[in-house]
Design a binder for this molecule. Structure first.
Ligand code: PMP
Length: 390
């Protein structure tokens, strides 16, 4: 093995670490590989398989020779399907290698050093890292559990400065499951009306995994469309995380700028996966309803089990497939001064992997995914209850 003693990281990524979610998942996998009995409730990935008709469309596309570079911004078929779904023109759509790349493209394409990006916490871990990598400054706005983990218009107003370039809004939220009502979205938009320099990223990748009505920001506040980037993709609703297909819907100049970045990074998303995503978007989606019901039952099971554990206070999420309980009581009872210390102890001593809230910008909580089988959920929850003395 070489050592590359002279290796040095670029300052651009000086503070960049492997995501805490990935670290925990990898540690859990390593413990399992070493023969330890570990249950992981840490990953943001549905356990359902990709629907068969989607896999078949990929097979057919590959056999039909759709195995070459596509246009950088995506195939006409997939851009067209996304445009039809969103009620926009094809020029306002870009296909990328996962929703994550849409977000990275947008930040790389727009941020000047020192530009501020407002993100309500808890936020999806990658937001702050992507912003920092692109030279921006994350401005974290904590949103209390008592407020449903939602950003209030007053908190948004207070966070905006002349340096604010973006607001990142994610609903249904990873990790809290929060969904904003149409009235709540309009109230946030009323604040943004006073700050026309602020662009908005609406990450709606959990759109179809909702247990209460969900409204797209573009629908609730159409006046924002001139400065709105909607992020969505195939990963969650269609269980297609490994296919790496996401899309952005935005004004054409932003789409063009994101395409310029993408053209030098990946050239464009996988041709076969794009054909599969067309089948997902345009096919029979009754399966999503079935899966939503299954997730709802799991949610109820997990919330009930966690609220029976001393020191854990778990609200019931309105969407996505995570719970984000407060765990400060359990931390105090077991003598841990951080959520991360408690989570490490649960993994190393009790064989259950969950992610500390600090990874999402809101310490004192933890995230558990319920996109797992009932057997895994029962095993993991049983270990948490046993560890914390329920
Ligand atoms: N946004 C949110 C809120 C997510 O939870 C995820 C996946 N964990 C993504 C974006 C990225 O999804 P993908 O890159 O798989 O499309």
């Amino acid at each position: 093995m070489t050592t590359a003693a002279g290796f040095r990281r670029a300052s651009r990524i000086a503070g960049l670490e492997i995501s805490e979610i990935v670290q925990i998942s990898e540690r859990a996998a390593a413990l399992k590989a070493a023969g330890k009995d570990v249950v992981s409730l840490s990953t943001g990935e549905p356990d359902f398989p990709t629907p068969a008709h989607v896999v078949e469309a990929a097979h057919a596309a590959a056999l039909a020779g759709k195995t070459k570079y596509t246009a950088t911004a995506g195939t006409a078929e997939l851009r067209g399907a996304v445009a039809a779904d969103a009620g926009v023109t094809v020029a306002e759509v870009i296909i990328s290698t996962g929703a994550k790349q849409v977000i990275a493209n947008a930040m790389l394409a727009t941020l000047e050093p020192g530009d501020q990006v407002v993100m309500p916490a808890p936020y999806w871990t990658s937001y702050s890292d992507i912003v920092a990598m692109a030279g921006g400054v994350p401005v974290v706005v904590p949103c209390a559990m008592e407020d449903g983990f939602k950003l209030s218009p007053a908190a948004l107003e207070a966070a905006i400065t002349p340096q604010t370039r973006w607001l990142m809004l994610n609903a249904p939220s990873n990790p809290s499951g929060a969904i904003y009502s149409q009235a709540e979205l309009q109230a946030l938009a009323a604040v943004l009306d006073r700050h026309p320099q602020v662009w908005v990223m609406a990450d709606e990748i959990y759109e179809h995994l909702n247990f209460i009505p969900f409204t797209r920001l573009a629908v609730a506040a159409p006046q924002l469309r001139d400065r709105l980037l909607t992020v969505n993709g195939a990963s969650k609703a269609w269980s297609m995380t490994g296919w790496r297909i996401g899309w952005g819907i935005a004004p054409a100049p932003l789409v063009k700028a994101m395409g310029a970045v993408q053209g030098q990074v990946t050239s464009g998303a996988c041709s076969i996966a794009q054909a599969a995503a067309v089948a997902a978007l345009t096919g029979d989606n009754s399966l999503i309803d079935v899966r939503r019901q299954a997730l709802r039952a799991r949610r109820d099971r997990v919330v009930a089990a966690l609220n029976a554990v001393p020191g854990i206070d778990c609200p019931s999420p309105d969407g996505a497939f995570y719970v984000f309980p407060r765990i400060t009581g359990a931390m105090a009872a077991k003598g841990f001064d951080s959520d991360a210390a408690l989570c490490t102890w649960l993994l190393e001593d009790h064989g259950v992997a969950i992610v500390p809230g600090r990874a999402f910008g809101l310490p004192g909580h933890a995230r558990l995914s319920f996109a797992y089988s009932d057997a895994d959920l029962d095993a993991g929850l049983g270990r948490i209850a046993a560890a914390l003395g329920a």
